[in-house]
Structure formats: structure tokens, C-alpha cells
Ligand binder design. Structure first.
Ligand SMILES: C[S@@+](CC[C@H](N)C(=O)[O-])C[C@H]1O[C@@H](n2cnc3c(N)ncnc32)[C@H](O)[C@@H]1O
Length: 190
């Protein structure tokens, strides 16, 4: 993460955006269940909100220092240092998975798709993935100077989620990209 992220991601303004706008919009009609996984929590703006809404929250963060800091901050969250594209869990062990503002930090489309496929794999039948990301713009590209910047094309997200095995996909664009996708009710082959 570059210095711009070091200032924005832990800020109260960013937490308010996620907690007052993004997460309520994504979870309004969604049952997160008891056991949730968050991929790419960073400093934990979404984690702080989600940990109060599920019985058990697990987070997988690829940056070792960020994972350690989050573990210290929220001892009730099981924070793992790892890669969302290679999740250290068996199949179908989560009721819900979330990933917020992290996919554009994943360098290739193939790695982004691997994260979506892993999210699908660890969800129980009919479990739910919720996600959000920033929309591409010149300003956002500038913000990421010296950092990974691989924004998603919103027009491809439904197709990519279905290719990852999700059913009932809802993609929304309203200043930011949001998506809700459900694992098939009948399990992996359904
Ligand atoms: C811009 S931050 C967003 C943090 C938080 N989700 C939020 O919205 O405030 C992106 C985070 O995703 C993490 N990340 C990037 N690639 C990842 C991967 N493959 N697996 C897990 N975490 C990853 C980064 O280390 C960083 O902490």
C-alpha cells in the first residue's frame, strides 16, 4: 500500500463510508449467518462493523504487518496471514464471505478470479459473498501511484462471478461497485 492508503484506509472518514453506506447497502437483504470470512481486511474498517454482526469472524490478510495489527486490535477476530487466492480452509465452512476495496489491489485478473473461486469454495450451499470495490477513474489511478492498481470492469463482474460458480448474482454500480452472489443451494455441482 502506498502512503495515500496509509492515510485513508485507517481514517474515520473511510470507516464511515464503509460502515454507513457500503455495508448497510450490501447486507440489507442478506443473512450473513453465524460464521463469516473477510478477505483483505487491511486496517479493519469493515471488520469493525462485521464482527458485531456474526458470531464468528475470520479474516485473511496477505500483508503480515497488517494481519498482526488487526489481530492485536480485534482479539475476537481470527486473523490469518495468507492469500485470498489460496484460502487455508476446507470446503463449505463459512455462511458468508466479504471482500471490500481489495480486488483492485490484486495484480492480475486471474488472481482476482482465483479469489472469487476460493470464496465460492469455502461457502456452504446457499452461502453469500458480498463485495465492493472502487470504480476506475483517473483520480483513482493517481491515488495508486507506485501501488498495484487493477480495477474491475463492472460489466464483467456478473460473468466472472458465475464463472466462479456463483448463482443469483446481483451487481450494483452507484458511485462504487457492489456485488452480492450466492453459492448454489444444492452444493458445488448444483
Ligand atoms: C485497500 S486495502 C482495503 C482494506 C479494507 N478491506 C477496506 O476496505 O478498508 C486492500 C487490502 O487487501 C489486502 N490484500 C491484497 N491482496 C490480497 C490477497 N490476495 N489476499 C488477502 N488480502 C489481500 C491488502 O494487503 C490490503 O490490506
Amino acid at each position: 500500500m502506498n502512503d495515500n492508503h496509509a492515510q485513508l484506509c485507517p481514517s474515520p472518514e473511510w470507516a464511515a463510508f464503509l460502515q454507513d453506506e457500503v455495508l448497510p447497502a450490501l447486507t440489507g437483504d442478506v443473512d450473513l449467518g453465524d460464521r463469516m470470512l473477510e478477505i483483505g481486511p487491511g486496517p479493519g474498517a469493515a471488520t469493525a462493523w462485521l464482527r458485531r454482526r456474526v458470531s464468528s469472524l475470520v479474516a485473511v490478510e496477505t500483508d503480515a504487518d497488517a494481519a498482526a495489527a488487526l489481530r492485536d486490535k480485534y482479539p475476537d477476530v481470527e486473523v490469518r496471514h495468507g492469500d485470498g487466492a489460496q484460502l487455508p480452509f476446507t470446503d463449505a465452512v463459512f455462511d458468508s464471505v466479504g471482500c471490500f476495496t481489495m480486488l483492485h489491489h490484486v495484480p492480475t485478473t486471474e488472481q482476482q478470479d482465483a479469489i472469487l473461486a476460493e470464496a465460492r469454495r469455502v461457502l456452504r450451499p446457499a452461502g453469500t459473498l458480498i463485495g465492493s470495490d472502487s470504480l476506475a477513474s483517473d483520480e483513482l489511478a493517481e491515488f495508486h501511484e507506485g501501488d498495484t492498481y487493477n480495477p474491475l470492469d463492472p460489466d464483467t463482474v456478473e460473468r466472472r462471478l458465475k464463472a466462479a460458480g456463483f448463482a443469483r448474482v446481483d451487481v450494483r454500480v452507484h458511485g462504487w461497485l457492489g456485488f452480492i452472489a450466492h453459492a448454489p443451494a444444492g452444493g458445488a455441482g448444483a
